[in-house]
Ligand binder design. Structure first.
Ligand SMILES: NC(=O)c1ccc[n+]([C@@H]2O[C@H](COP(=O)([O-])OP(=O)(O)OC[C@H]3O[C@@H](n4cnc5c(N)ncnc54)[C@H](OP(=O)(O)O)[C@@H]3O)[C@@H](O)[C@H]2O)c1
Length: 388
């Protein structure tokens, strides 16, 4: 039996890895919808290859190009927010939520509210609207399957166990490209150095987040929402080889870990085939070749984003929304060469000063606060530019 799948963010790193797996197993999957932001060429190409019935660009200015690129096919072109939601809620049974940033919140939430099986890569959606999303999943009966390798590892380790038997989750972090750098050296880090991740090949935003360790902090908040454990029962350990993707400790002192090569197709495949497994072309690990696995505590002095994310989680309310919005704007500014690397966490810290302790009651309220924070941080950067 084939499963109907929609891929939101099909032109990105996770989206392309998903397409790779889906196209290798045409007997398992039927692609019904694909989305992108602006990359019409890659989107139309994927739609043609897979026979998708709907292709959506978020940017309405790209609609005419998409329609032209799909002419002569049975694939309908569409654009804008409503069309993204249609892709997420239409005939797909399984929705891969792989848009980057808070931009993915509305369509991901739409898929959850429609009771879909949602393979969740878009961690920013869960970070900003965690309780709203998990409540919606409970109401609609949606299943959320974590794509992030760490959460996917934990999900695998938890299979068949009772929640009361779990004592601790341990998220592993590669440490990123600046693991051994001093703060002084990081101050001069370039975007090219920040996106050159030592282990994983990913989109630009998550690569910078991995360099600041903001990514691990976002994952801490994500783990809290997915697995329902408080901050003090979720630890982070640096593991430079990125072979152990995360661990669960149980009340009897046992620890279970999931290991695999650093290839997103492994956790993605787990969500695509769940509750079964499917083959992937991923490289197999040779433990003897690896020889050793190293672990060390993270350094929150050199990587303040880790401290800020834990504070935001413990503070609750709207803190994670401010943190995420400020980080998205700061990362964009860093990639555009407008601010330095260490300023990313500094801007996030400033934004967090306005946290009110109140949890927004709706997705609209989350989006309003996200936009307001983006504007404030953007203005702040522009003013600093003008003063310089
Ligand atoms: N990459 C990884 O290995 C990895 C691992 C774990 C988790 N994740 C998470 O997965 C998500 C995707 O990451 P990625 O690395 O795949 O990102 P990416 O390579 O930058 O791709 C982002 C995707 O989202 C689309 N997009 C961007 N802005 C959009 C908007 N405003 N509206 C609608 N669509 C938009 C892009 O379309 P265009 O191509 O048209 O711009 C692209 O399809 C992130 O939340 C990330 O944290 C990624």
């Amino acid at each position: 039996m084939t499963r109907k799948i929609a891929i939101l963010g099909a032109t990105g790193s996770v989206g392309q890895s998903t397409l790779d797996l889906v196209e290798r197993s045409p007997e398992r999957f039927e692609v019904v919808a694909l989305t992108a932001n602006r990359n019409v060429d890659a989107l139309a190409d994927a739609a043609r290859r897979t026979g998708a019935r709907l292709a959506v660009v978020a940017d309405e200015g790209r609609y005419a190009d998409l329609a032209a690129a799909l002419s002569g096919t049975d694939c309908r072109a569409a654009a804008g927010e409503a069309a993204l939601a249609e892709a997420a809620t239409g005939e797909a049974e399984l929705v891969m939520a792989a848009i980057v940033g808070c931009a993915g919140l509305v369509p991901t939430m739409a898929a959850v509210e429609a009771g879909k099986t949602v393979a969740l890569a878009n961690k920013e959606a869960l970070v900003t609207a965690g309780s709203l999303m998990t409540d919606a999943a409970r109401t609609s009966g949606a299943t959320m399957l974590p794509v992030d390798s760490e959460h996917n590892a934990i999900f695998q380790c938890l299979a068949g166990s009772r929640s009361e038997d779990v004592s601790r989750l341990i998220l592993t972090a590669s440490g990123g490209p600046f693991r051994d750098w001093t703060r002084e050296r990081m101050a001069d880090a370039t975007p090219a150095q920040a996106v050159a991740h030592p282990r994983w090949d990913m989109g630009a935003k998550i690569s910078v987040d991995s360099a600041t360790l903001m990514n691990k902090g976002l994952e801490l908040i994500e783990a809290h929402h997915l697995f329902g454990l408080p901050s003090e029962r979720i630890d982070i350990v640096v593991h430079p080889q990125s072979v152990v993707h995360s661990l669960v400790e149980f009340v009897d002192g046992s620890m279970l870990a999931q290991l695999g090569s650093a290839d997103m197709r492994i956790p993605i495949a787990y969500t695509l085939a769940w509750p079964e497994r499917m083959e992937t072309p991923s490289e197999r690990l040779s433990l003897a070749d690896l020889g050793r696995l190293d672990f060390e505590d993270p350094d929150t002095e050199r990587f303040p984003a880790l401290r800020l994310t834990r504070e935001a989680l413990e503070q609750g309310g709207d803190a994670a929304i401010l943190l995420n919005a400020a980080n998205e704007i700061a990362v964009e500014a860093f990639l555009a060469g407008r601010i330095g690397f260490v300023e990313i966490a500094a801007l996030v810290e400033t934004a967090l000063e306005r946290a009110s302790g109140t949890t927004p009651a709706s997705i609209d309220a989350v989006i309003a606060l996200d936009r307001e924070t983006r504007t404030r941080v953007t203005d702040y950067i522009a003013k600093a530019d003008a003063d310089a």
